[in-house]
Design a protein around this ligand. Structure first.
Ligand SMILES: NC(=O)C1=CN([C@@H]2O[C@H](COP(=O)(O)OP(=O)(O)OC[C@H]3O[C@@H](n4cnc5c(N)ncnc54)[C@H](OP(=O)(O)O)[C@@H]3O)[C@@H](O)[C@H]2O)[C@@H](O)CC1
Ligand SMILES: Nc1ncnc2c1ncn2[C@@H]1O[C@H](COP(=O)(O)OP(=O)(O)OP(=O)(O)O)[C@@H](O)[C@H]1O
Ligand SMILES: [Mg+2]
Length: 401
């Protein structure tokens, strides 16, 4: 059965949660809008078996035991936690992590983001990611790209700080590669400590020399403890060099359908299984050492190897290119805010992984903005239209004052 092809209409109130003690104060596993996890009158027994099988899988995957599941029980005696509508939770996450516009704060405190991407072919993707970060409320947004892409990206917006430092093979002689690579990494090193998060990959391209340099930048980010969101061609790099991120908890991967397929094949040596999508994602994130993965699709699924969350609010039926780039820039901002929030504001909130919270918030906001943009633009909705609605959509959920 396809992941989200319910045989009957469902509202998003179906939610299955297991609460397990672990090193976060607790972990909730929620499957919003996975109606196939719930028993149906027509295939009741099969439904129960599937629920039990999946619960047991998750409990095993988390190293817990069946007794630890807290339950209100269900009519059928199956341990199902009914924790309400997930979509409401996503808005709550957005409200909790979005910082107040405090006049005592100085420039930079609402977020400094850098996008590593942009080459001869792709200048739109890094622009979309970087400008989305600003439109949501980050203070500064940098782009590190190739020389060819830099002038183009600058011309899109004077708001972005653009560094033309990356080089592709065609512009570098073989004997200069070592020197150029060190120079490139040194340029990024001058800045890296100032950034709250790097977005690596939108519009990066697949030039082998350039990807090698970006691998070194990723190692530098990891040594410096800077969070990273890996998207687009950054995922191509990481899928072929898993050690770059394995076990680095401040990593978020945001694969689309193709990128996810490659990742699953490489890491789990299997095909994508839409029937057991949450379990497979959980296993994948766990196999890469507990990094966070946001699997994009009709329903966005998010896991850090301990929890699985879904964001399923309807966005827009338009699938124009660039929406994933908005998402990666947004995850960078929201996860940075979530890290600040957990440290400064709410002790009980620190029980949740800020990278996961950032993904939930970004996914919910993008979907809302896409839906509003589609309302007025219909079939001609473009990524730039969605970006224009990010601010208003966030304002509706979390007013600035
Ligand atoms: N306006 C812009 O600037 C936008 C730019 N964008 C940027 O585009 C880049 C690719 O992202 P995408 O989303 O097209 O990748 P995806 O769905 O995996 O591939 C689709 C098919 O294409 C192929 N393929 C891709 N790249 C290839 C390459 N370099 N060389 C050869 N083949 C390549 C791929 O083949 P495969 O890898 O499966 O062999 C698959 O069949 C990425 O940097 C993204 O950020 C987007 O964000 C949109 C807006
Ligand atoms: N079938 C779908 N229905 C509704 N929303 C979707 C669907 N597929 C993707 N999305 C949403 O669109 C956003 C972008 O996902 P998509 O899969 O298009 O990324 P992408 O291919 O990386 O995009 P980009 O063109 O920027 O590279 C995600 O937030 C996702 O939730
Ligand atoms: Mg993409």
């Amino acid at each position: 059965m396809p992941l989200l092809a319910p045989t009957r209409p469902v509202t998003p109130v179906h939610s299955l949660s297991l609460l397990l003690p672990n090193c976060w104060a607790y972990h909730s596993i929620k499957f919003a809008q996975f109606p196939f996890l719930l028993p149906r009158p027509s295939n009741c027994m099969l439904g129960f078996t599937a629920v039990l099988r999946r619960q047991q899988f998750l409990i095993r995957a988390l190293g817990g035991s069946g007794e630890k599941v807290r339950s209100r029980g269900s009519a059928a005696g199956i341990k199902v936690m009914a924790r309400g509508n997930f979509e409401a939770d996503a808005e709550k996450v957005l409200r909790r992590i979005t910082p107040a516009l405090d006049p005592t704060r100085h420039k930079g405190q609402a977020g400094k983001i850098a996008v590593i991407g942009g080459c001869r072919e792709y200048t739109g993707a890094p622009y979309f990611a970087a400008i989305s970060a600003l439109k949501i409320g980050a203070d500064l947004s940098h782009v590190f790209c190739t020389r060819d892409a830099a002038t183009v990206i600058k011309s899109y917006s004077p708001e972005l700080i653009v560094h033309p430092i990356l080089e592709e093979s065609y512009s570098v002689r073989d004997e200069d590669e070592g020197f150029i690579s060190s120079k490139t990494v040194a340029e990024v090193a001058k800045w890296i400590e100032r950034f709250d998060c790097l977005v690596i990959g939108p519009g990066l391209g697949r030039d082998p020399f350039l990807l090698d340099c970006v691998g070194e930048i990723l190692k530098l980010a990891r040594r410096s403890n800077i969070p990273v969101v890996i998207d687009g061609d950054g995922l191509f790099l990481v899928t072929n060099n898993l050690d770059l991120v394995s076990g680095y908890a401040l990593t978020v991967l945001t694969p689309n359908v193709n990128e996810y397929k490659r990742l699953v094949q490489k890491v789990l040596d299997s095909d994508v299984n839409d029937q057991d999508a949450p379990e497979q994602l959980l296993a994948l994130a766990k196999s890469i050492g507990g990094i966070t993965i946001l699997r994009k699709g009709k329903s966005d699924l998010i896991s850090d190897g301990r929890t699985v969350n879904a964001v399923s609010t309807f966005g827009s039926p338009r699938r124009c290119g660039g929406q994933g780039d908005i998402l990666s820039g947004s995850v960078a901002v929201f996860s940075s805010w979530a890290r600040q929030t957990t440290a400064e504001v709410d002790a009980t909130f620190s029980t949740s992984n800020p990278m996961v919270l950032g993904c939930i918030a970004a996914s919910a906001l993008l979907r809302k903005a896409a839906s509003v943009a589609f309302e007025s633009n219909k079939r001609s909705t473009l990524t730039t239209d969605i970006i224009e609605h990010l601010g208003r959509s966030l304002e509706d959920i979390s007013p600035a004052c």
